[in-house]
Ligand binder design. Structure first.
Ligand code: ADP
Length: 498
């Protein structure tokens, strides 16, 4: 199949979270299954791993029609990186080079405010991706739009593309996090090149606002999200973020497919970013990684103390407020904690103050550093991820792969991917709590620490079980393939004969 991914993020070029990891990895697994996959994303400035000079600039300019007139941009092209010896071609990735829109230090806005022109920027991405197909003379069978930033691609295929070749393309909208919907002033819709006839409750309007994700949810041929658990949860009020009725209406068209992880990037036996490589059968390297992490964090270098880590956004979604409360008690116990993250400035400050009071126990790195995330996953014993809701979550999978047992809340993708410690059978891959309160989190962390200290053989068995799990994309790419075939057949009303 010819598959077009439209996304605002793609690792390693630019990512702020799981969306980037997925778009950087799934296309490679689909290419291995024989598909022609291409990705379109913005050419951002200020991203150390997005090296403009390493990308080829294509001849000519692309003219993208938006409501306020044509917008021109250049196109750069590159490829996703695949491991040496790969047999399938590396998927091609095209970057829309528009300096005014994308050469900024952040992807979506400063830590406190979204950019005021995000509607223009992401309408440009969605329409630009489709316009590029004509310039390349390459008409995809399916367009997979990711999150609100690309959701307009599904809307355009049903509207402005009417009677053009792209109208035959099916679309799939993948929801990575329903909490982010792309809401704007409805009076601005014309800027995206769409008329007010689309501003209604079964289109782009939601309680008086222009809501790009909702438009995509109604217009896409089929829908997907990133775990079976989250697919169920978002159809209910508690996690539906106001769109649960839309999702219930389209329940038959919504699939939950678990994310995989990129083996080229996340494999402790091959990872060039960690102090010493290791595997399930040879954990000597993991001890070396722990000592290296303790040194890096300025903590006492001790093998006899458990090391608990956090890598992720300091956000209410992730339960950082509850973690902060529980930590006040936990730092009095003989254990070490390393945090890497950015987000809520109050949480950052609070954690920094607590770390200053307990420098032997807690170290907080404020920032976004993918290489450091690898060192932390490799060096820690336990990983904290007690999210309020979690569409899929990747860090708990990386953690299990690196023998770092996750402590998670039973929600969304976390419930689908972590098996609670069962002392009776001596098995499990992590520690699971149900209620997110400081005391239940405190108790669960204490339980995990006690298991590490007092039942080392159980901990080792769990570590082995966790490291044996297969999270590779090859497990899940087939489900996406079926989703694309079903979407194409729905759109065309005929059988796919690939
Ligand atoms: P979300 O997308 O909700 O933020 P996920 O667990 O799905 O959460 O994905 C987060 C991704 O972003 C992971 O690859 C994680 O390692 C990475 N990440 C998050 N925060 C940081 C950080 N401060 N530094 C480096 N990587 C980070």
């Amino acid at each position: 199949m010819k598959l077009l991914f439209v996304s605002s993020e793609c690792a390693p070029f630019a990512k702020t979270g799981g969306l980037g990891d997925v778009v950087g990895a799934l296309p490679k697994a689909l290419a291995r299954r024989g598909h022609d996959v291409r990705i379109v994303m913005p050419l951002y400035g200020g991203q150390p791993s997005l090296r403009w000079d390493e990308l080829r600039r294509l001849d000519g300019t692309l003219t993208v029609p938006l409501g306020f007139g044509p917008v021109r941009c250049a196109i750069r092209a590159g490829n996703l990186r695949v491991a040496g010896g790969a047999t399938a071609p590396a998927p091609r990735i095209y970057f829309l080079e528009h300096h005014g829109y994308f050469d900024r230090p952040f992807l979506y806005g400063s830590p406190t405010d979204a950019f005021g022109d995000n509607l223009d920027r992401f309408a440009f991405l969605a329409r630009g991706a489709l316009t590029l197909c004509y310039a390349l003379n390459w008409i995809p069978d399916v367009v997979n739009a990711h999150d609100w930033q690309a959701a307009l691609a599904s809307v355009y295929l049903n509207t402005v593309e009417w009677s053009h070749p792209l109208h035959g393309a099916a679309s799939v909208l993948t929801v990575h996090n329903l909490a982010f919907q792309g809401e704007f002033d409805p009076r601005q819709l014309w800027r995206a090149g769409l008329g007010t006839e689309h501003l209604h409750g079964r289109g782009l309007e939601h309680f008086g606002a222009l809501n790009l994700l909702k438009g995509g949810l109604f217009h896409a041929t089929l829908l997907s999200t990133v775990s079976p658990g989250y697919a169920r949860e978002i159809q209910q009020g508690e996690h539906g973020c106001g769109l649960d009725s839309v999702l219930r209406e389209r329940a038959a068209d919504l699939r939950g497919i678990l994310n995989g992880i990129d083996d080229d990037e996340w494999d402790p036996a091959r990872d060039p970013l960690i102090a010493q490589r290791f595997s399930r059968d040879d954990l000597a390297g993991k001890a070396a990684c722990k000592a290296a992490l303790q040194r890096e964090a300025g903590l006492p270098v001790r093998a006899d103390v458990p090391l608990v880590a956090w890598v992720g956004r300091f956000a209410y979604q992730k339960g950082i407020d509850v973690v902060a409360h529980a930590l006040m008690g936990l730092v009095h116990d003989d254990a070490q904690y390393v945090f890497l993250g950015t987000g809520d400035p109050k949480a950052e400050q609070w954690l920094a103050e607590l770390a200053a009071r307990h420098p032997q126990r807690l170290r907080v790195f404020a920032g976004f550093d993918p290489a450091q995330a690898h060192r932390i996953e490799a060096g820690a014993d336990l990983f904290l991820m007690p999210s309020r809701f979690e569409p899929c979550g990747l860090n708990q999978m990386y953690s299990q792969r690196y023998g770092t047992l996750p402590i998670v809340r039973r929600t969304g993708g976390l419930a689908d991917t972590v098996r609670n410690c069962d002392e009776r059978t001596g098995s499990g891959t992590g520690f699971v709590l149900d209620d997110l309160t400081p005391s239940s989190l405190y108790d669960t962390v204490r339980w995990a620490l006690a298991t590490w200290r007092e039942r080392p053989s159980l901990f080792a068995a769990m570590r082995r079980e966790a490291m044996s799990l297969d999270w590779s994309w090859s497990r899940f790419a087939g489900d996406y393939e079926q989703l694309y075939i079903d979407a194409w057949e729905r759109r065309r009303g005929q059988r796919w004969r690939g």
